[in-house]
Design a binder for this molecule. Structure first.
Ligand code: ME8
Length: 517
């Protein structure tokens, strides 16, 4: 029987400058989901990439004295290095300058034109160059771009239009009948009430005022305007309309498009309308997460107020940064990024709660049993309660992850870690150690600690690519004791080798020193 598939995507990012922690946020979340589904045994397709055309890129390249392609090649190589450093396990990286993407977008444009869903007319409106968005008079706020607040330019030119308005009723029906299609629910209501119900206008889908884009094959002075080009990536990457469309047949429709809240509108209105026009099934879900903001506003490449993920990872380590991103803010809501909050999380959750639990357990096994437990030992008080809580953790984590509730899933895992730490206080192994007749009980206490850590470490894998293996190494947990399913079983750990006390997994950070520097 073929395995169940899971297709997840990130937005394709503009390679107009270096990526910042905001882009890493979406990508880490998608990576955690992809890792989780692979661990569960799914056949996963995880797509990310870059959105390389448009006036803004053309302009930045010119300012740098290079061609647009040279400019983006350089940025894209930096982005790939970043994803490598962050251990992002994408299956495919699509660039909108890839030949296959270009050819397929041209076919899509032609098909929609032949069908009458794209027609030629004249565009007049307000254009925000940094956002690459057209706005109608009524959408402007104080005469400025409603997204970024910067000035807009009046433009008028011959353009092709996509008959978005034709799909309005079908879209409303689809969104109403499929409550999971747009998540979180607040974004769903926003789309219905602010955009769909007031009525959709047809969409300008070609430009003649710049040429860094995909040419319209039957009218070469036009290039395809960014959204048709960009959104199509989710199917061109799978080989749609190409000689080899096996991946498309296998993975489409996507299980989830993960996007920032500012592009939910494009993904839940324009994209499904395009798919309807192409007679293709719609993605199962579009999840619009919130923004990470710095005091003073949303991070933005063009505003320059960004946090560099490379610097953070070099300073604090990859797993700490990934943990912070997924833990600090409930997925869906906005959250403030601050160094202080990051350091607090590292010290309290990682160094104290998790790190100490592991190092104390390893140290006690070393000290009291010369590194190797004799077996599962004698059961006693507190065991049943610990076991019950730890065995409940896997289903809870899975249910939350299935709803992309990373922060809540980590909260549950940390509750289990705290429960395990409490078990040390309850059973007081150092007291048991003083009494030779209680050696069997002491063995059980340490076994239960190791077993709890084993369960927790398995469930941490989607979030942290490095820490679980370090824990297994120290506790001498073998690879056949770390399968995903075994996180739902008790008594799997077999102490067949001595533990290996090693490096501190998460060193504490001196807050005062750190905030001064
Ligand atoms: O919009 N907080 O590309 P882009 C959270 N090319 N997420 C953030 C963020 C922040 N401060 N800043 C960026 C584009 N992001 C288009 C997409 S898709 C067919 C085309 C993340 O480079 C978030 O996912 O501006 C947001 O949607 C995306 O980066 C925007 O990246």
């Amino acid at each position: 029987m073929s395995r169940k598939t899971f297709y997840i995507t990130t937005p394709i990012y503009y390679p107009s400058g270096k990526l910042h922690i905001g882009h890493s946020y979406t990508t880490v979340a998608a990576d955690a989901m992809a890792r989780y589904k692979r661990l569960q045994g799914y056949d996963v397709m995880f797509l990310t990439g870059t959105d390389e055309h448009g006036q803004k890129i053309q302009r930045v390249a010119a300012e740098n004295g290079v061609t647009p392609k040279e400019y983006v090649d350089n940025i894209v190589s930096g982005i790939k290095d970043l994803w490598k450093m962050m251990k992002i396990t994408y299956d495919k990286f699509i660039r909108t300058t890839d030949e296959e993407h270009v050819a397929t977008v041209q076919k899509i444009f032609r098909m929609l034109y032949d069908k009458g869903d794209i027609y030629k007319s004249e565009y007049e409106g307000w254009y925000c160059t940094p956002c690459e968005s057209f706005w109608t008079e009524t959408q402007l706020v104080d005469g400025k771009c409603p997204d970024c607040g910067r000035p807009v330019e009046r433009t008028r030119e011959e353009s092709y239009f996509f008959r978005l308005s034709k799909y309005q009723d079908r879209l409303i029906k689809h969104i109403e009948e499929n409550p999971d299609f747009i998540q979180p629910v607040s974004r769903r209501n926003e789309m219905l009430n602010n955009f769909l119900r007031p009525g959709l206008e047809d969409l300008c889908v070609s430009r003649t005022s710049f040429n860094w884009g995909i040419p319209v094959t039957f009218d070469e002075k036009h290039v395809v305007y960014v959204w048709i080009d960009a959104l199509s990536n989710y199917i061109t990457a799978l080989g749609y309309l190409s000689d080899n469309d096996a991946a498309f047949k296998k993975y489409w429709p996507a299980d989830v498009h993960l996007v920032g809240k500012e592009i939910v509108r494009f993904h839940t209105i324009i994209w499904p309308a395009m798919l309807m026009a192409l007679d293709l099934p719609l993605p199962k879900q579009v999840f619009g997460h919130g923004w990470l903001v710095l005091e003073g506003g949303k991070m933005s490449k063009s505003k320059g107020n960004v946090v560099d993920p490379v610097v953070l990872i070099e300073k604090y380590g990859l797993d700490a940064i990934r943990y912070f991103l997924l833990r600090e803010v409930p997925f869906g809501a906005d959250g403030v990024f601050s160094n202080e909050a990051l350091i607090n999380r590292i010290n309290s959750d990682l160094a104290n709660d998790l790190g100490n639990l592991v190092s104390r357990t390893v140290a006690m096994i070393k000290k009291y049993f010369d590194g190797q437990l004799p077996g599962q030992g004698e059961e006693g008080e507190f065991d049943a309660d610990l076991k019950k809580e730890l065995l409940a953790l896997k289903p809870k984590t899975e249910e939350l992850l299935d709803n992309l509730q990373f922060s809540l899933a980590l909260t549950e895992i940390w509750k289990a870690i705290s429960r395990t730490n409490k078990y040390i206080d309850e059973t007081m192994p150092w007291v048991l150690a003083k009494d030779e007749s209680r050696k069997g009980r002491l063995a059980a206490v340490l076994y239960n600690l190791a077993e709890s850590i084993r369960i927790v470490s398995i469930l941490l894998q989607p979030f942290m690519p490095e820490t679980p293996a370090k824990i297994w190494n120290q506790l001498a947990i073998d690879s056949d004791e770390t399968g995903w399913e075994s996180a739902g079983q008790w008594g799997v750990y077999k102490p067949t080798r001595p533990v290996q006390p090693g490096e501190i997994i998460f060193p504490r950070i001196d807050v005062e020193k750190e905030l001064e520097s």
